[in-house]
Every structure is written in structure tokens, then in C-alpha cells.
Design a protein around this ligand. Structure first.
Ligand code: HEM
Ligand code: HEM
Length: 181
């Protein structure tokens, strides 16, 4: 049994984590910049780019997930903790797909769909303001749910590491240099 997640599984986890956390910080703070200012617009544009990067990484991430065995946690977790973490991860995967797709469809329906790092994105809907507003409000609700799930997820990882002293976090950080050599 492996003692750590496979390297690409770990890299994609941390790259996605940076993208999701950046998207959240940008959208939660963009209202501090004056409405209509260049900074306000740039922060929203960056929110969308980080969000679309999550979508791009989703397929390789899912493929790695379904083709790898999860390294066991030492000492083993009680069943309720395994079930809770499994549910949280499932919800995180679902939201990492749903949020960028909703964001993209909603902005296209509102008539200003973004490109991805300059590359045009496929047009998924024709402009329809009322559909756009409905989808953006769903996107906001799900966005606030992922925010709290991420807080819970990070708190759980730190609790396992610093208080339960198990290998949950070390499996995702990878082998230490001296162990790897
Ligand atoms: C993992 C990816 C994403 C996450 C976690 C995320 C999260 C969020 C959250 C939490 C909000 C609500 C902020 C608030 O009102 O408090 C929001 C709003 C928004 N998001 Fe995203 N989002 C993601 C991807 C995207 C993408 C790909 C797009 C567009 C292509 C997008 C466009 C928007 C827009 C237009 C708003 C409304 C902003 C406003 O109210 O001024 N998002 N997002
Ligand atoms: C500093 C931030 C983060 C830390 C310390 C962290 C830590 C971890 C750890 C230790 C695991 C392994 C848990 C286990 O197997 O029981 C894990 C798995 C996971 N994390 Fe994070 N994480 C962070 C941010 C994020 C973010 C922002 C997301 C996405 C929204 C995310 C999504 C996931 C998912 C979906 C898994 C399940 C992996 C799998 O089984 O394929 N993580 N994380």
C-alpha cells in the first residue's frame, strides 16, 4: 500500500487549491475597489480566470482520482470520520465542476463571457439576461457553500496533523526529502 498520494495527484490538489482559494479571495474582496474602477474589473477578471483554470484541471484530476488507490491513514480513522471526509470530498469535486460551468454559462447569458487566458471559450448559451441572473445567483449560493466547505476541510486537515497526529496531511504533502532519497 502506498503511504502518500501519487505525485501528480498531490500537485493537482495543491494547484487547484491555490486557484480555488485565489478565486474566493478575489471575489470576496473585489467590492473594496470602487465599482466600475479598473481594479474592480481586473479582480473579477482574475476571479474568472482562476475559476476557469479549476475547470481545465478538473478532468485530469478526476482521472487520477479514479485510477489511484487512496493511501491509508495511520492510525486508522473511525468510520464516521471516513464517511464525513468522503462526503466532503465528493461535495468539493462536485462544486469544482459546477461552479466554473455555472459561472461561464451565467456570464455568457449576461452577454460578456470571458476567454481563457486569451483563448475563446465555446459559446454554451445565447444571451438571456433573466437566465443569466438566475444562474449567477445559484453560482453565488454554491460559491458560499464551497467557501465554508474549504474552511472545514482545511481546519480538519490541520486538526488531524496537529491534534490527532495522524498521516492525513502528510499523505498529501508527499515524502520528506530524506525519506525520498
Ligand atoms: C472554482 C471556481 C469558482 C468559485 C469557487 C467561485 C466562487 C464565487 C463566489 C463565492 C461568488 C459570490 C461572491 C459574493 O457575492 O459574496 C462568486 C460570484 C461570481 N462569480 Fe464565481 N466562482 C468560480 C468560478 C467562476 C467563473 C469561471 C466565472 C465566470 C466565467 C465566475 C463568475 C462570477 C461572477 C460574475 C460572480 C458575481 C460577482 C458579483 O456579484 O459581483 N465565477 N463566485
Ligand atoms: C491549505 C489548504 C488545503 C489543505 C491543507 C488541504 C489538505 C488536504 C488533505 C490532507 C487531503 C487528504 C484528505 C484525505 O484523504 O482524507 C485533501 C484532499 C482533498 N482536498 Fe484538500 N486541502 C486544501 C485545500 C483544498 C481546496 C481549496 C480544495 C478544493 C476546493 C481541496 C479539495 C480536496 C479534495 C477534493 C480532496 C480529496 C482528494 C482525493 O481523495 O482525491 N483541498 N486535502
Amino acid at each position: 500500500m502506498p503511504s502518500h498520494f501519487r505525485p501528480w495527484h498531490r500537485y493537482l490538489h495543491w494547484i487547484t487549491a491555490i486557484c480555488v482559494i485565489s478565486a474566493l479571495i478575489l471575489v470576496e474582496t473585489h467590492d473594496f475597489a470602487p465599482d466600475g474602477s479598473a481594479l474592480h474589473k481586473d479582480m473579477m477578471a482574475a476571479h474568472m480566470q482562476f475559476g476557469l483554470a479549476v475547470l481545465l484541471l478538473f478532468i485530469p484530476r478526476l482521472l487520477l482520482r479514479v485510477t489511484s488507490t487512496k493511501p491509508p491513514v495511520e492510525p486508522p480513522l473511525p468510520t464516521w470520520q471516513k464517511a464525513l471526509s468522503g462526503l466532503t470530498h465528493l461535495a468539493l469535486y462536485g462544486l469544482m465542476l459546477a461552479l466554473p460551468v455555472l459561472g461561464l454559462v451565467a456570464t455568457q447569458a449576461l452577454g460578456h463571457g470571458p476567454s481563457l487566458f486569451g483563448l475563446p471559450m465555446p459559446t454554451l448559451v445565447t444571451p438571456d439576461k433573466s437566465l443569466g441572473h438566475t444562474l449567477i445567483s445559484l453560482h453565488r449560493t454554491l460559491g458560499n457553500i464551497i467557501l465554508w466547505l474549504v474552511v472545514l476541510h482545511v481546519a480538519a486537515a490541520l486538526w488531524h496533523h496537529f491534534f490527532r497526529h495522524d498521516t492525513t496531511l502528510r499523505r498529501m504533502l508527499g515524502p520528506r526529502r530524506k525519506d525520498a532519497s
